[in-house]
Structure formats: structure tokens, C-alpha cells
Design a protein around this ligand. Structure first.
Ligand code: ZN
Length: 154
């Protein structure tokens, strides 16, 4: 029996490819990055076979280079993600996401009595206190936030 041919995603000329995203988390990743937008064409491949990690998702973003600080937030839900910056079809920069010590302005505190939920505008601020699995602590009320709560926000 012939092996079915793998469906390859067309290479992009300029932009960013985020590879090794945890399977089925690519839409969450786009939410984190505020994508898609009018300027950037986005291609998603979900549940692609990976030799390293079982199944994975891949996101290609045309005409936009994401700064590593911007993509580090992705580590919250896809800790193995890799970032490739593409210029003229060539990978000019390769990197991995890193979980930062502090997460600002991206998440809401689950505690309804937290100052961030009662007075506007106070943006959320969390410290990463564990990484596998991820646990965050609110800077204001010290409420802990676990993985499922983090994921539900994207
Ligand atoms: Zn709080």
C-alpha cells in the first residue's frame, strides 16, 4: 500500500513561523498574539505529526515578525513552541519560547474580590511560581492560578 503523501503547508516569504505548539492550542496562541489581524495572513496546521512530541500545531504568520518578548507569553500554554523568523523564504532567526518570571496585562485574576476586578484600570500582574505545570500568583491578592484557569482565558 502506498503511503499517503504528507500535505505540506506552502512556505512563506516574510514573517514568523511558530512550530512545536502543543496540539490543538494554536487558536489559543493566536488569541495571545491578537491575531489574525487585517495586516497579517495566518495559516494554521493542527494535529500535525511530530517526531519529537507526538502531535503538534504550527502557525505561520505572513508579513509580521514577532519579537521574542511578544512570543514568550505563548509559553503559558505551549511551553515547547519554537519561533522562526523568515525573510525571503530563509529562516534568519530561530528561538524557543521561555516562560517569563512575570506575566503582565494578559490575564485576569480569578478572584472576584481582587483589586484588578473591582477598580479600573488596574491590569493583571502575576508571578510564575511553578512551571510544570504552570502556577501563577496574583501580585495584588496572592490568589493562585493553575493551568486550566490560565487556558480558559485564551
Ligand atoms: Zn488577584
Amino acid at each position: 500500500m502506498k503511503k499517503p503523501r504528507e500535505l505540506k503547508v506552502k512556505p512563506i516569504k516574510n514573517g514568523t513561523v511558530i512550530d512545536h505548539i502543543t496540539a490543538n492550542k494554536s487558536l489559543n496562541v493566536l488569541n495571545i498574539l491578537g491575531l489574525p489581524s487585517d495586516q497579517s495572513k495566518v495559516t494554521i496546521a493542527m494535529n500535525v505529526q511530530s517526531s519529537h512530541m507526538g502531535n503538534k500545531d504550527i502557525v505561520k504568520i505572513e508579513k509580521r515578525e514577532l519579537a521574542s518578548s511578544e512570543v514568550d507569553q505563548i509559553a503559558l500554554i505551549a511551553p515547547k513552541a519554537t519561533i522562526n523568523i523568515i525573510r525571503d523564504y530563509e529562516i534568519v532567526e530561530k528561538g524557543k519560547v521561555r516562560l517569563l518570571n512575570e506575566i503582565k496585562g494578559l490575564l485576569k485574576c480569578p478572584n472576584p474580590n481582587c483589586i484588578t476586578n473591582t477598580i479600573e484600570p488596574v491590569t493583571g500582574r502575576f508571578y510564575v511560581i511553578a512551571t510544570e505545570p504552570v502556577i501563577l500568583r496574583c501580585h495584588y491578592c496572592e490568589r493562585l492560578m493553575e493551568e486550566a484557569e490560565i487556558e480558559s482565558q485564551f
